[in-house]
Design a protein around this ligand. Sequence first.
Ligand SMILES: Cc1ncc(C[n+]2csc(CCOP(=O)(O)OP(=O)(O)O)c2C)c(N)n1
Ligand code: SF4
Length: 488
Amino acid sequence: MSEKVKFGRSKVFFDTFHRRPGPIKKNMHYCPGCGHGILHKLIAEAIEYHGIQEDTNLIAPVGCAVFAYYYFNVGSISVPHGRAPAVATGVSRAKPESFVISYQGDGDLAAIGFNEFLQAANRGEKMTVFFVNNSNYGMTGGQMAPTTLPGQKTTTSPYGRNPETEGYPTPVCEIVNALTAPVYIERVALTTPGRVANAKKAVYKAIQNLKERKGFSLVEVVAPCPVNLKMSADQVNEFIEKQMLNYFPLGCLRDKTADMEPGKLPAPVIRDEESVRKILFPVRSENGVAADFRNSSAVFDQELRVKIGGFGGQGVLSLGVMLANMARLRNFNVSWMPSYGPEQRGGSACCAVTVSRNTIPSPIIDRGGNLLIAMTQAALDKYLPELRDDGVLIYDHTAVKLPQLPETMQTYGIDALAIADEKLGSSKFANSVLLGVLAAVLAKNGMNEADKADFDKAFAEAVEEKFGKKPGAVEANIKAYEAGKAAL
Ligand SMILES: Cc1ncc(C[n+]2csc(CCOP(=O)(O)OP(=O)(O)O)c2C)c(N)n1
Ligand code: SF4
């Protein structure tokens, strides 16, 4: 390994680093003095040295670690908090040619993701984990982490961590050292040039293990987070040297790599998409549609992109769920994305439903919708711009005043709440009324007789699935649905 200090930028980094967007234009993603930058450099140089850039996948979860993808020119995947070892396992199993790195903070690895991390270590996954221990949750402003020291003040331990109530710092390397499978475990720090040189050796070794598929390697890096610890660069180094290293002693806890034969990742059992699809969706036929689905009507050929908006309490979100479930029961691909928040306090409510024979790339509908159900003026004003000019608008005509609309747009004014009240004695059935209206709209748009019957059947099945255990609820919803069909 090259012991020379390398100046300049590793080829494994992007040619240009972009500054962080926002008002302070000179900021990069990491704060001045942050340990992530030093570790990034060591990892990039090690990947370059071992010549594995092409096939490296770096998995970085939520936390300051996630910024890695702004810097490393490798296959990057950013994942939810704590999930990096699980995703890394998936990637390494599905792509045996890849070299998988999991790059995680202490909040991430030792708190929310501890189980996944330990399971991956225990399975001896052929991956390398870099674990940045900076004794706090950096990204969110310095809360207590599993690695916070006794007496250490953080925003959530303002009087200092009290071991009696908050426990002791989690010794991650020592815990992993109790497992049989891992091949290499080392803890390093970044406080002095000598320590950085040792860290470099450990990083190179862990990347070499990865390249040679020797097994699970862990490098814990005790790193500075000066901003959240409210310390200067010198002070934070002193804090690490004099305090953190007492709890996290440096050194190599295990190195079995010399005894390990270079291995191969097991070839995945399933590699072609078609057989995966058949296993996951056994009822689907070749073209992705269930064999028993008779939806020959052209109206089902296009992707249905629906936005439903109204007030919390109008059944907006469950209308979307019902529609998504109806499509799911017929083996369409579906997505349902609610907009939570103020609606729980009686404000606006919205959801987006996409129904498609094809893969749905994103559940977001912010343009190109072909159906809008607007129960309030605010919902109409907000979501009308997203509706295509030849789309369908179903609206509550007592609550909504229509603006000038393109002639190609179909509009159907309906007072679903009043119909539900009148026919069923409760406005809570308005969503089933609206699904009945939708059935009628689809019928007007060329749904053939067989598909009309099947739409009714899918509704009945979805209602049974949702309300089957509630006495009378299935019948009431079907009555509401029929009332909606008759209302047009
Ligand atoms: C599921 C989930 N829970 C909580 C959060 C909030 N969150 C974002 S970053 C973070 C802490 C990250 O700390 P750490 O892993 O130590 O990384 P650092 O930022 O210090 O590098 C938390 C709790 C989130 N984004 N997702
Ligand atoms: S908050 Fe801490 S860990 Fe995050 S970038 Fe800043 S110094 Fe680094």
